[in-house]
Design a protein around this ligand. Structure first.
Ligand SMILES: [Cu+2]
Length: 666
């Protein structure tokens, strides 16, 4: 009955979400086929419904097609079109960066903060291949553009508090902008204790603490040429992972880049951007706070990446062209030392990532051709050369136990292609796209050595002989606007060949005490993934509107087994009131029962849930300052729930009161 009421409310509101994107600052330009999430602090206005000091994870979760997989309260893993890390390219301003954790505790999104970024580009499927090869899509976390505003010195201060978990946030931003020179620096600090799930149940090991500082500076050589330098340092300590058997004592990243820009409207090449970059990550896991572990372990990991890209834009009559030549070199190393409880036994050491060196170089080209005012045809291509090398002799020998014929190096060619047709009229627009893409196996899929996965309780062994994973994709998107009503449909279908997934191997015994066995990465001959979202909104008056979204997803292997981590039926309904200096929004958000769960891959059935949130905001202008106040109550009914994306069914936050305050000096 309760469910029925919830569905009824959802459909009453239906007209369902996201027509207000422009107001909410989650702008979707259908001509670009990309979803853009704006984070810039100076662009803060009162139309954004949620917290201003949300983590990037929280902002990403608002995007259509994106879900965050949670192993705790920090460092969520983005999933796009029901595909996660290995199948996506996640980059920071076009820079490749790879996490250093064999257990996916450190997605790239955890090493930046909202203060570092201006916006996030989410490209679904083959529309997300500008920076690299992927099957599910690309997420690019973009740094702020150069700021030659001649506005002198400006400051802004952010403060946030949330009752659940006693979560504190503080941020400071300084910016000096001149005619030929600018410099900005900011810092943000976040600390949370264990949070409580609905019904005041404390979730042990869900605490975290982190700070992030960044510096960006630039100068103009001439009116057309400039240089930018950017440094981000991010350090998280004492991060608990309630869904995993270990925590993290240190996750640290240093991200640096130097960029040369050239812009000229009157020449054939309208802009040129060349970047050189380096980033290094250190990740230290820690089980010292867990009272009962079968064996104590040290598991550090490192990832270093050097890279570059050269990007040029051309305008030729009705053509809009872009060419991006890029390359990187990554080193991924992870170790495991096990200390038996009996001190007379020797410690056991092995490389879980045996110093894998990845070299990539490739070229991307895109052309947008406008057939006439309302029709655009676009096509993109990416070709690349990808090479993996096992640098540790011990690592190679260990893998040769299972694959006697492998060499230390493996090279691949990767290709991707997409084409889109876009038709746009005043009250109607539609796009239709086709794509083909390939990706190389990740370091874990190719070379991981006894990586324990607490989701299905198996140790995983990589497979250096895997073929490239390949996908054929069809997508369609359409929007209608009639008076005060907006309706949109967005859908993608993927046919994925040589779909990489772990398969039980009964001939190998597990290393982890208590594990169910060992899985080796193999490929299903094919798998299919489908998603469809219906968005709509209706304006009741100038300031009052309702909007909502319903989504349906589907994923199966060739053997008719359900794929893991496929989102069940989902909905979001919102009623919002927006005035220039005040806003309020009441949200209902939930999922249906996860009936198509994958017991074969370790999932159980997650029941339906629904939560209600209330968000409020005020803006005050005091002299030359803007004060933005956001406050509200999340999970008002204190529902105890977990979703399909919560690792090991860890319950999410119960009732939470939050307040965010941003003081911005113009
Ligand atoms: Cu880890």
């Amino acid at each position: 009955m309760k469910k029925l009421i919830i569905y009824c409310i959802a459909f009453l509101f239906s007209g369902i979400l996201y027509a207000q994107e422009e107001q909410q600052d989650i702008k979707k330009d259908t001509t670009k086929l990309k979803e853009i999430i704006v984070l810039g602090r100076r662009k803060l206005n009162n139309y954004r419904q949620e917290k201003t000091l949300s983590s990037i994870d929280n902002f990403l979760e608002k995007a259509n097609k994106v879900t965050m997989i949670k192993r705790g309260n920090y460092a969520w893993e983005p999933s796009l079109n029901n595909m996660n890390s290995e199948r996506l390219t996640v980059t920071i301003d076009g820079m490749q960066i790879f996490g250093a954790c064999t257990d996916k505790m450190d997605p790239i999104t955890s090493y930046v903060d909202v203060s570092n970024l201006e916006k996030v580009h989410v490209g679904s499927g083959q529309q997300g291949t500008e920076n690299g090869h992927g099957v599910g899509g690309g997420i690019d976390l973009q740094l702020p553009a150069s700021k030659y505003y001649e506005s002198g010195l400006k400051t802004s201060v952010d403060l946030g508090y949330e009752t659940n978990g006693n979560y504190k946030t503080a941020g400071l931003d300084l910016e000096y902008s001149g005619n030929k020179f600018y410099i900005t620096t900011d810092g943000i600090y976040r600390k949370s204790d264990n949070y409580n799930a609905g019904g005041d149940k404390e979730i042990l090991y869900s605490q975290f603490e982190k700070y992030n500082i960044s510096l960006q500076t630039g100068f103009k050589l001439s009116e057309k040429e400039s240089f930018d330098a950017n440094v981000i340092y991010d350090r998280a300590t004492d991060v608990g992972y309630p869904a995993l058997p270990m925590d993290v004592s240190l996750a640290e990243a240093l991200i640096t880049s130097l960029t040369y820009n050239y812009a000229n409207d009157s020449t054939f090449i309208s802009s040129l951007e060349s970047k050189l970059y380096f980033n290094t990550i250190t990740h230290i896991m820690d089980d010292s706070k867990r009272p009962d572990v079968p064996i104590r372990m040290d598991m550090p990991g490192w990832s270093d990446t050097f890279g570059f890209y050269n990007k040029a834009k051309f305008n030729l009559k009705k053509h809009n062209m872009l060419i991006n030549v890029n390359g990187f070199y990554n080193r991924s190393l992870a170790e495991m030392t096990m200390y038996p409880n009996d001190p007379n036994q020797p410690a056991m050491f092995m490389y879980t990532w045996p110093d894998i060196r990845t070299l990539y170089s490739g070229i991307y080209a895109k052309d947008e051709y406008s057939l006439d005012e309302s029709k655009t045809l676009s096509a993109s291509l990416r070709f690349g050369y990808h090479q993996n090398q096992i640098a540790k002799e011990e690592g190679l020998e260990s893998l040769q136990i299972f694959y006697p014929n492998i060499d230390d190096t493996k090279s691949r060619f990767l290709a991707s292609f997409s084409t889109d047709y876009i038709y746009k009229k005043d009250h109607y627009d539609m796009s239709f796209g086709l794509g083909y893409g390939e990706r190389a196996p990740s370091v874990s899929e190719g070379y991981g050595f006894f990586l324990f996965n607490s989701f299905d309780n198996f140790d995983y062994i990589g497979n250096p002989t895997l073929e490239n994973e390949k996908a054929i994709e069809v997508n369609i998107k359409t929007n209608y606007h009639v008076n005060k009503l907006h309706i949109g449909i967005e859908s993608s279908y993927f046919h994925i060949m040589d779909y990489i997934i772990g398969n039980i191997d009964n001939n190998i015994s597990s290393m982890t005490i208590g594990a169910n066995g060992v899985k080796v990465y193999k490929a299903l001959s094919y798998a299919t993934i489908f998603d469809v979202y219906l968005n709509s909104s209706y304006s009741l008056s100038k300031s009052l509107s309702v909007n909502g979204t319903v989504g349906y997803n589907y994923g199966k292997g060739h053997d008719n087994e359900n794929l893991p981590l496929i989102k069940p039926f989902s909905y979001l309904a919102e009623m919002s009131y927006n005035k220039e200096k005040f806003n309020a929004a009441l949200q209902l958000e939930g999922n249906g029962n996860q009936s198509k769960y994958s017991s074969f891959y370790g999932e159980d059935e997650t029941p339906a849930y629904a939560v209600v949130n209330l968000n409020l905001g005020n803006v005050f202008i005091i002299n030359q300052n803007k004060l933005v106040l956001k406050y509200g109550l999340e999970n008002i009914l204190d529902t105890n729930y977990s979703t399909y994306a919560d690792w090991n069914n860890i319950s999410r936050q119960g009732r939470n009161f939050y307040i965010n305050l941003s003081l911005i000096n113009f």
